[in-house]
Design a protein around this ligand. Structure first.
Ligand SMILES: Cc1cc2nc3c(=O)[nH]c(=O)nc-3n(C[C@H](O)[C@H](O)[C@H](O)COP(=O)(O)O)c2cc1C
Length: 337
């Protein structure tokens, strides 16, 4: 009989943890304390570097190291304004894992991160990006389905599993998007995943320091309330975001319309428009997550919000995931006899 420990052994070894469950980086939310709590509980925390100015990021890395001696990752967003400077600076800090998100990192950027001693994980949203990331030296891939919260790709996890996970059976691959119970975990591991990453569920951990109104909005929400922003027109390309439907989502639609008009009249470049969009999201997420403005702020959440109903300590969140995963694995094995 296989145990959960057998199934996720390779993930444990890769991340050097007891529980290869990653708490995905969440801008404004995944700061040093949350990361350390997750890692100290035996799972794997990811510091959200994306919007931080480089000095603050260095401070946060330092703080995380003070709070835990367990492994953790720094998540960098390749399209963020401070990305290049952040990458230069964090290489000297010897963080054990670096995760490239947001866009496609260049080969020399991946090499630079690896030379610092870090293991490198890269997001891959298509088979060809997966191949490119492996060729450029990524140590592992992160497949995140469009069910996830925050900035998302176009493809659901069930498709990415078939397009990428099944195609690269020997390569370390972690999966994210829509994981709201432990029951799904053994199925993903049996398909070949090394481990899983969750974001939405961790927002409802006691240790997550967001505004209580943000958590209450998650508890009330159903899966279908976590909607993706539509692409309006072909003049403006924006990365979609999944968040709970509210006035803020309507305001974003207005911003998109305004930017489309500016693009049409040649008043703004695609790059400037994308920066404006990103500024909107960073500010809107801060308003909701930190200030508690759940009406016009951005309540970024995945569809797994429909499965997340309780605030609990990280320790219990993880032990519940594991208990459910073990129960499900037993059920699978009984079915196979
Ligand atoms: C509020 C919020 C903010 C997020 N910010 C980031 C981010 O800064 N960088 C990143 O790579 N992913 C970000 N994500 C994605 C998570 O790290 C994770 O991959 C995702 O939440 C997994 O899907 P789930 O929400 O269904 O669990 C964010 C997700 C949420 C809910």
């Amino acid at each position: 009989m296989k145990t959960l420990d057998d199934l996720w052994k390779a993930g444990k070894n890769f991340l050097n943890v007891d529980i290869p469950v990653m708490c995905g980086a969440m801008t404004w939310i995944s700061e040093s304390r949350l990361v350390a709590h997750v890692s100290n509980a035996g799972a794997f925390g990811c510091l959200a570097g994306g919007n931080m100015d480089p000095e603050l990021l260095l401070q946060e890395i330092d703080d995380t190291k003070q709070l835990t001696n367990k492994p953790f990752a720094v998540n960098l967003i390749t399209i963020a304004p401070n990305y290049k400077k952040q990458l230069d600076l964090i290489n000297a800090t010897k963080v054990p894992y670096i995760i490239f998100a947001g866009g496609i990192p260049k080969a020399d950027e991946i090499q630079k991160a690896k030379l610092s001693g870090a293991k490198v994980l890269c997001f891959a949203s298509t088979e060809s990006i997966a191949k490119r990331m492996i060729d450029r030296g990524a140590d592992a891939l992160m497949l995140e389905g469009s069910e996830a919260g925050g900035h998302i790709g176009h493809v659901s996890l069930i498709i990415l599993l078939q397009q990428i996970l099944f195609e690269f059976p020997d390569f370390p691959i972690f999966v994210a998007g829509g994981i709201g119970t432990g029951r799904i975990i053994p199925h993903l591991l049996l398909m070949g995943a090394f481990g899983v990453q969750l974001g939405t569920l961790f927002v409802l951990s006691e240790e997550c320091n967001v505004n209580p109104k943000f958590k209450q909005a998650f508890i009330r929400a159903r899966a279908r309330d976590a909607v993706a922003t539509p692409q309006i027109g072909s003049e403006l390309h924006v990365v979609a975001v999944r968040a709970l439907r509210n006035k803020g989502m309507d305001q974003f639609a207005d911003l998109q319309m305004r930017l489309i008009q500016s693009r049409k009249h040649g008043q703004i470049s695609q790059e400037e428009a994308q920066f404006e969009v990103e500024r909107y999201w960073v500010g809107a997420l801060r308003r909701a997550a930190i200030e508690g403005d759940t009406e016009t702020g951005s309540l970024m959440a995945g569809q797994s919000v429909g499965l997340a109903k309780e605030i609990k300590p990280i320790k219990n969140l993880l032990s519940d995931l594991i208990a459910d995963a073990e129960k499900e694995l037993k059920r699978i094995q009984e079915k196979l006899i």
